[in-house]
Design a protein. Structure first.
Length: 112
């Protein structure tokens, strides 16, 4: 992984990092990571006495800085934020839980 916690730095009370990584890769290959996310996202509102399915959502974009090693074809320039890199669009429910993540389209980026 390039972002977040490095595999070798998992907490001490977890199994060895290579075992955790093996489970993660197997679950991702089988589509279980998305299934876990969907089920857990539905549980949060229920614990607060709301419906599992969201009734409203917020859509926003986020500009992410990209390293020089990222290919020029997937990079752009966000003139408003003065950031070079990639753009993604996020849809979240009212509690801020992720519903959809979509990479920005090429038409939404202006190349330098």
């Amino acid at each position: 992984m390039a972002n977040g916690i490095k595999w070798q730095a998992v907490p001490a009370d977890f199994p060895a990092w290579d075992r955790v990584n093996a489970f993660f890769r197997r679950w991702r290959r089988q589509g279980l990571i998305a299934e876990f996310h969907h089920r857990l996202r539905a549980r949060v509102p229920e614990t607060e006495g709301r419906e599992a399915e969201p009734t409203a959502a917020v859509i926003d974009s986020q500009s992410l800085r990209a390293a020089d090693t990222v290919g020029a074809g997937s990079r752009g320039w966000d003139q408003g934020k003065k950031v070079g890199g990639r753009k993604r669009h996020l849809t979240v429910d009212c509690a801020g839980l992720l519903l959809v993540e979509q990479p920005g389209s090429r038409s939404s980026r202006r190349h330098r």
